[in-house]
Design a protein around this ligand. Structure first.
Ligand SMILES: NC(=O)c1ccc[n+]([C@@H]2O[C@H](COP(=O)([O-])OP(=O)(O)OC[C@H]3O[C@@H](n4cnc5c(N)ncnc54)[C@H](O)[C@@H]3O)[C@@H](O)[C@H]2O)c1
Length: 377
């Protein structure tokens, strides 16, 4: 019986995907975008396109073709702006920075939905199996902000390794206490740095770390080819649990999936060296929130830095705001002005192709014809 239901579901997904996702239905479209608010900063830089007010810089282009473009930051709760517009939207553009969680229920309410676009990288805020079953196409702007994130990770590694934050705090608060900084400030040279995930961002980080004279390790589902491995100067570690105790610094660079959710729990953290530095710009929910806070408090983790939380925006009482030795910020690394310009251009390119019934660049697809991209399976 269960088997029969599963088969029926797959058939339905395939049928609806053929009708709903291959091409745009004819006529003008309603496009809804959910971005963070620019407020007083919106007018300060014409390239600040990632905010609600500047709406990826595509409003006049869309409206000149007769499409309707609604943009909001109001994404949560039954009375939010997004809910008002989801019922007749054809395209929903969301972003990981201010994620509109696209649940199976929301997808059901979006009866006209054909396309879910992520302005950026990482579509884990969308219930992907539900999108696949509903025959929607999900795509993101693969590669758009990978450099932005790799540079940020390098910065956070250095900030934590050098114990920069208490020093800066002293500078602005009128103190002068060298010992309070120096007793736990180290050079990065000679340290072992391991990345968990060596896809686009992981490889860029390894390239950037090479001149620092570190011992570089990587763990991934897939081993990169030997020539690239040599160029990166990083050794493959097939067994994550064998890599973790070797690392002075662990950086997370894999997507949030059913397999990686909560992966770094108390037990995994206990496998790491006492005094490890962790940098996570991948996704907050890959970590067990409380286990990280406890390990920072006990000193097992000497520093935890990153820009991703669950949920987002992080509530005032989120324990990572208050744990010692954290280098946390709001979700910012992939939304530099350069990153915004690249993901805005990528969204425009995909909309143009969608209107013309053309395919997207293959690496952008997260759900296509009822099937999830391999990194999300
Ligand atoms: N903070 C930000 O602003 C920001 C911006 C962009 C991306 N990201 C996050 O970074 C992630 C990585 O981005 P990317 O462009 O490098 O993606 P990618 O797809 O190029 O690389 C991901 C890598 O993770 C590996 N992987 C997947 N599951 C794994 C597992 N269970 N164990 C080990 N390895 C696994 C894959 O094989 C792949 O090599 C994104 O999914 C997103 O969540 C964050």
């Amino acid at each position: 019986m269960a088997m029969k239901n599963a088969t029926q579901q797959v058939v339905r997904a395939l049928e609806s995907s053929l009708t709903r996702s291959l091409h745009a239905s004819p006529g003008s479209k309603k496009i809804v975008g959910v971005f963070y608010k620019g407020g007083e900063y919106a007018g300060q830089n014409p390239n600040f396109v990632g905010c609600v007010e500047n709406a990826l810089g595509i409003r006049s282009w869309l409206e000149s073709q007769g499409h309707q473009y609604i943009v909001t930051d109001d994404k949560d709760g039954p009375n939010c702006e997004l809910e008002k517009h989801i019922a007749d939207a054809h395209v929903l553009i969301t972003t990981p920075f201010h994620p509109a969680y696209v649940s199976a229920d929301r997808i059901r309410r979006g009866k006209n939905l054909e396309l879910l676009l992520t302005a950026g990288i990482g579509s884990d805020h969308i219930e992907l199996p539900a999108a696949a079953a509903a025959g929607l196409t999900v795509a993101e702007v693969t590669g758009s902000n990978t450099v932005s994130v790799a540079e940020d990770q390098l910065m956070r590694i250095l900030v934590l390794m050098r114990n920069f934050l208490p020093g800066h705090h002293q500078a602005i608060s009128g103190e002068w206490d060298l010992a309070g900084i120096a007793h736990r400030a180290y050079d990065l040279e000679g340290k072992t740095v391991g990345t968990v995930g060596a896809g686009r961002i992981g490889k860029l980080l390894l390239q950037r770390l090479k001149p620092f004279g570190c011992n570089l390790l990587y763990h991934d589902r897939l081993r990169v080819d030997a020539a690239l491995e040599e160029e990166l100067g990083a050794a493959f570690e097939e067994d994550l649990d064998a890599m973790l105790p070797k690392c002075d610094v662990v950086v997370l660079n894999m997507p949030l999936t059913e397999k990686t959710k909560g992966m770094f729990n108390k037990e995994k953290i206990a496998k790491m060296k006492k005094g490890v530095i962790i940098v996570n710009n991948a996704r907050g929910a890959i970590m067990d929130t409380q286990a990280v806070a406890d390990a920072c408090k006990s000193g097992h983790i000497a520093g935890y830095g990153g820009d991703v939380w669950y949920p987002q925006p992080a509530p005032k009482e989120h324990p990572w705001r208050y744990m010692p030795n954290n280098a946390m910020t709001p979700h910012i690394s992939g939304t530099t002005i350069d990153g915004q310009l690249r993901y805005a251009a990528g969204v425009k390119d995909m909309l143009e192709r969608y209107f013309k019934g053309q395919d997207f660049p293959e690496p952008n697809y997260i759900v296509k014809e009822g099937k999830l991209a391999s990194q999300y399976q």
